[in-house]
Design a protein around this ligand. Structure first.
Ligand SMILES: [Zn+2]
Ligand SMILES: [Zn+2]
Length: 343
């Protein structure tokens, strides 16, 4: 029996704390599934949204955040065509849906669809006991993945995976990971699993120590001479940036080996001094990557089961999600925070 009301952590406006309150349980329409949440990871994007950094229009509120949700299907909207069944465990990632009919959508690059909608912005997210999922955007969570330990795979892990799969990563290549928070730690594990040598850069010694535990071969402290240190260690064939500062460009430029791949992930709003001559002489490829497609998620979860991507997950009850965001803001969290709905 699905209750008429459910608990949700509600974002009532920009820069206001999330409040736990009862709201109406959504009813799935044609093409939609209703999911009873077991877990939802807490991401830095949730913090930016709560703090009002995204300048969302007033009509977007009240809003339920959360885009690393895992739960079981408890209702299927009438007229929905799907092979999924009640009880199936599914993921609720950042990408809520896309138009399915533009160039990027038709060629497996739907994360660049200009009509995409995000979970936790354009549709209610998973900081709630129940949430809607578009059936065409549903991904089954394999049995080998624990819902709480595995929730961060849906955003942090997927984003790192999707970025690395666009590069030439393989054994013999050296991958430079800049920024060793949650995403960076996944990138290190994924790059190592692909047989690459990994050089990790961060300004925080604790994060570098964590990077070492995840398999990074070399640790370099962030700063003006980080790029030259990386160069002395053999340079970077692949550079992947998770640090939200334009200061990293100097490191990337100095560290790059000829014909390197450079992937931008962190949301750096200020421009960087990209030299066209450096680009031409080195034959580099510079590109962006954003979350991951449905196929990326399926492939990545399969990879995660086979490669045991252990993250350091701290569980919290739904009622503590706002405090958890404060802790993320203070930088006092080393692993990933995840709501466990059984608490
Ligand atoms: Zn996220
Ligand atoms: Zn599209």
């Amino acid at each position: 029996m699905i209750p008429k009301m459910m608990k949700a952590a509600l974002c009532t406006g920009a820069a206001t704390p999330l409040v736990c309150q009862e709201i109406e349980t959504p009813v799935p329409q044609a093409g939609q599934l209703l999911v009873c949440l077991e877990s939802c990871g807490v991401c830095h994007s949730d913090l930016h949204l709560r703090n009002g950094d995204e300048n969302l229009p007033d009509e977007f509120y009240p809003l339920v955040l959360g885009h690393e949700g895992i739960g079981r299907i408890v209702a299927i909207g009438e007229g929905t065509q799907t092979s999924l069944k009640l009880g199936d465990r599914v993921g609720l990632p950042w990408l809520y849906d896309t138009c399915l009919d533009c160039g990027p959508c038709l060629t497996g690059s739907e994360t660049f669809c200009t009509h995409q909608r995000a979970r936790g912005i354009h549709a209610h997210g998973a900081f709630a006991e129940y949430a809607l999922l578009e059936s065409r955007f549903a991904c089954v969570i394999p049995d080998g993945i624990d819902p709480v330990q595995g929730a961060p795979l849906l955003c942090a892990g997927l984003t790192a995976w999707s970025a690395l799969r666009k590069t030439s990563i393989r054994p013999g290549k050296t991958c430079l990971v800049i920024g060793c928070g949650g995403l960076g730690q996944y990138a290190i594990m994924i790059a190592k699993a692909h047989g690459a040598t990994v050089i990790a850069v961060d300004r925080d010694p604790a994060k570098l120590e964590e990077a070492r535990k995840r398999g990074a071969d070399h640790l370099v402290s962030a700063g003006p001479d980080a790029g030259m240190q990386v160069k002395a260690l053999g340079g970077a064939d692949i550079s992947i940036n998770f640090a939200p500062t334009p200061a990293v460009w100097q490191t990337i430029e100095q560290a790059a080996n000829p014909m390197s791949d450079i992937v931008a992930i962190a949301l750096v709003h200020d421009p960087v001094p990209l030299s066209m001559m450096w680009l031409i002489d080195g034959g580099h490829r510079v590109f962006g990557s954003s979350v991951g497609t449905r196929q990326d998620l399926r492939d990545f979860l399969d990879f995660a089961v086979k490669n045991r991507l252990d993250a350091d997950v701290e569980v919290i009850p739904l009622s503590q999600v706002d405090t958890a965001l404060d802790r993320l803001q203070a930088g006092s969290v080393t692993g990933r925070l995840c709501i466990d709905f059984s608490l």
